[in-house]
Design a protein around this ligand. Sequence first.
Ligand code: FMN
Length: 173
Amino acid sequence: MKVLVSVASKHGATTEIAAAIATELSAAGHQPVVVHPEDVHELDGVGAVVLGSAVYAGHWLKPARQLAERLESQLTGQPVWLFSSGPLGDPPMPDGNALDVTAIESQTHACEHRVFSGRLDRSTLGFGEKALVRALRAPEGDFRDWDEIRRWAVSIAAQVSNIPVARTSRPEE
Ligand SMILES: Cc1cc2nc3c(=O)[nH]c(=O)nc-3n(C[C@H](O)[C@H](O)[C@H](O)COP(=O)(O)O)c2cc1C
């Protein structure tokens, strides 16, 4: 089945999570299509959607939020999985309660929303971001749990396998 994987990322950590998810979907026999949220205008031929974003100041990035808003009517009736890439450190901070995805969950009627730990590499940050992470004392490092991410992707692949394929032509009479 064709699965749209679309994520918003500022510094690449979330894009790499999307690639790992696509790899697992592909290994399970599906056809993942990885597209930037800005470039998704319709869901023709798509049987399921994985939508994700990095979290900045408690919110998803605009391109992913706008995708959910723009395609709300098409996403209704599609199986949709959401993920956020954000918390840093061990234990991961902030916890999921500090993240506002209520609107996106209701626009997409998502089956599930997962929060994955993220990555912070100070050398890639701009001046304002550096000042903010210094003030917040956000720990630097790559906290992504690849086993957890792959397990989630495998579980999505299994659920997608059980979704009946939409009929595109009328059956022979
Ligand atoms: C300026 C700044 C603000 C951040 N704010 C949050 C936040 O509010 N909540 C959170 O969970 N993570 C926050 N993070 C962590 C990022 O979401 C995390 O590093 C993420 O993996 C980055 O993904 P990206 O490389 O795809 O942009 C912040 C990081 C930076 C640099």
